[in-house]
Design a binder for this molecule. Sequence first.
Ligand SMILES: Nc1nc2c(c(=O)[nH]1)N[C@H]1C(S)=C(S)[C@@H](COP(=O)(O)OP(=O)(O)OC[C@H]3O[C@@H](n4cnc5c(=O)[nH]c(N)nc54)[C@H](O)[C@@H]3O)O[C@H]1N2
Ligand SMILES: Nc1nc2c(c(=O)[nH]1)N[C@H]1C(S)=C(S)[C@@H](COP(=O)(O)OP(=O)(O)OC[C@H]3O[C@@H](n4cnc5c(=O)[nH]c(N)nc54)[C@H](O)[C@@H]3O)O[C@H]1N2
Ligand SMILES: [Mo]
Length: 747
Amino acid sequence: MRDSSGKDEPAGGPASVVAVLRHARGMGLRRGLAALSHVNQPHGFDCPGCAWPDPDRRGAVEFCENGAKAVAHEATAARLDRAFFERHPIEDLLGRSDHWLEAQGRLTEPLLRRAGSDRYQAIGWDEAFAKIGAAIRALASPHEAVFYTSGRTSNEAAFLYQLFARELGTNNLPDCSNLCHESSGHGLTRSIGVGKGTVGLADFALADAIFVIGQNPGTNHPRMLTTLAAARRRGCRLVAINPLRERGLVRFAHPQEVRSWLGGSQEIADLYLQVRLGGDVALLQGIMKELLALEDRAPGSVLDWDFIRRHTQGFDAFRAALAERPWEPLVEQSGIPREAMREVAELYARAERTIVCWAMGLTQHRHAVANVQEIANLLLLRGNIGRPGAGPCPVRGHSNVQGDRTVGITERPAPQFLAALEREFGFAPPREPGLDSVGAIGAMHAGRARVFVGLGGNFAVATPDTSRVEEGLRRCDLTVQISTKLNRSHLVCGREALVLPCLARSERDLQASGPQMVSVEDSMSMVHASEGRLEPASAQLRSEPAIVAGIARAVLGPASRVAWEELAADYDRIRDRIERVVPGFARYNRRVREPGGFVLPSGARERAFDTPSGRASFAVNALPDLAVAKGRLRLTTIRSHDQFNTTVYGLEDRYRGISGDRRVVLMHPHDLAERGLAPGDRVDLTSHFRGETRTLLGFRTVAYDLPRGCAAAYFPEANPLVPVESYAEGSRTPTYKSIEISVAASA
Ligand SMILES: Nc1nc2c(c(=O)[nH]1)N[C@H]1C(S)=C(S)[C@@H](COP(=O)(O)OP(=O)(O)OC[C@H]3O[C@@H](n4cnc5c(=O)[nH]c(N)nc54)[C@H](O)[C@@H]3O)O[C@H]1N2
Ligand SMILES: Nc1nc2c(c(=O)[nH]1)N[C@H]1C(S)=C(S)[C@@H](COP(=O)(O)OP(=O)(O)OC[C@H]3O[C@@H](n4cnc5c(=O)[nH]c(N)nc54)[C@H](O)[C@@H]3O)O[C@H]1N2
Ligand SMILES: [Mo]
């Protein structure tokens, strides 16, 4: 079996520094170190990696191994010129791996693939904008256009983008949030009236207990480990809930501390529960059942009755439902014995202040919204919300995914937001909901959506059901990708296709009024500035705000109510508009220039719950149906240590001890043996959903420490197995973490 005990090797440590230097060399060491010295510094740029916040007191080095990789790959010295596209027809590029495409370097000029042509050719910006203008104006309805956003886009670009879509007349604004934390937004809004977390970084220094559920911070939010290790050192208790024993949750050594070079490291989790895939509702209900039993034994000592009475509703129904629930299915679904649940309940009852963190392990299931509501239930029972050191903390993915939503990227805008937009700009925005990511796939496939524009991201690869998505994109009249790097979405073209190359976050952005900065919102609602410093990868690159403004003008023409050129010339003017439309941005331009920025207000943080009743709400959830047919497994898809979403940096999943191959499936040794398989065997994976099957050939088996009946494979290699109709109830997030599969030896 692979080493996943984590006993010997901590996450982080000297190996992280070695990895950073290797990637810095990849961008030319001088440009590399220059770039890294500006990451997450005042007057520098926000790390384009994850959305974990920056500490108040920053070190000279405020990035992690994987942030360094993200910067290194953005700041690479490699360039894609027009000769490259002459040499490589699209068919040839389609045969290359995602890793190879990414490694070719930065896009340098706008590209067009004309109808019937087999390759991209360079064109001018004006011609590119004119093409988009003509294609969108030719549509029978604005609802035939889809405007996708990935979460790296700045507040300024995102605000212009949604403004354009809504002046055009559609709310078709799907985004990566639909694929990511949408379930957190839904669950939290139902429970506490706001779709965001309520804690700040300072709360982690006060918490007595921290739960980390369905999240692998050692890889995906490495700077969070510094926070967790510090909490642990001062006696805070840590509970990890994860089917895989993730190294970073077991042991950590800070790569920038001398101690770590001498072998010093820090234990992370006190309790590590290897829950079965999808078993979190059962596990959390079991823990709460034990908690209520503790309260019954010593009434008034466990629950926060004052909080429950004054600030919540639905407690009696919740308690009654839990009391009736038998133990057997809770233990069976979660795979966790009752004694372990009691141990967690006791730990939780002793902690004065508790934070619960989570990520994709909870949000990408059919019952994902219920997962999030059970976390809210757990916190509400002891009043762990709206006071220091306590609260829910959905840890966001993309560095500005939260900010994009705040400034209007959503297919379901709130009426108040639309009213403010109408007041400010003088046009009537559309009221009917638009397409989300899953909806966009269906609409393109059915020919109801005919123009696709992607503001960043890699829609063809990040979404489920790859072949369905590709068919949909190919049926479009026009596909447009606004990107820094080549990826597969550029190669899955509509009748015509455009690639518009943009500035990256690390690069200087010069507009008519002078150098510009943008702003982003981190996972804890802090809005702060980001200013690129590097020379742009090509003189032809344009900024995202400038590109969006160019498209908007070309589509909407002189009749538009928005002064697009003025806004793109000076981003302060965009921020002034955001301030007048979105609550919480008062004195935006002034406050965003203060070191560290400012925090957006949230009622839940003050126990003012923006629900219909004005109270936080206990939710009663049925146990999900997790049964699979005999002989089948439940598959989850995970990130390796060497990728950022669909961008694959390398083939080294260091903490899991897997290297050289990404087409692998992790299985329990007994599940392998039961099928007559050995580690390293080639197998075919088939997913089963409503009588349909989807198959991937030739994966390699890896024996791994995870619960029986569960399996794991990498995102995005396994995406073709995920049916597009299989999504979370309520949030419509694809069930990337829960796919019924069968495994058979390859022929
Ligand atoms: N370096 C790097 N950083 C990143 C990213 C990246 O790709 N690379 N991606 C960014 C983005 S967009 C996001 S959203 C985040 C993602 O951050 P994570 O959510 O940490 O990413 P995943 O690899 O999807 O990990 C999910 C974790 O959930 C566990 N899990 C799977 N199924 C279940 C389950 O049923 N129950 C429980 N309890 N656990 C389960 C898996 O074992 C894994 O540890 O990271 C962001 N940061
Ligand atoms: N199976 C499976 N699928 C998943 C997930 C999973 O856990 N399992 N996770 C889902 C999640 S959480 C997410 S967030 C989505 C991610 O979905 P996306 O956000 O669509 O995908 P990314 O891979 O992050 O996008 C990478 C591309 O963005 C472009 N890019 C990078 N930087 C910039 C920039 O500054 N500006 C612009 N314009 N473009 C830029 C580059 O061209 C790069 O190729 O994937 C989802 N898909
Ligand atoms: Mo994400």
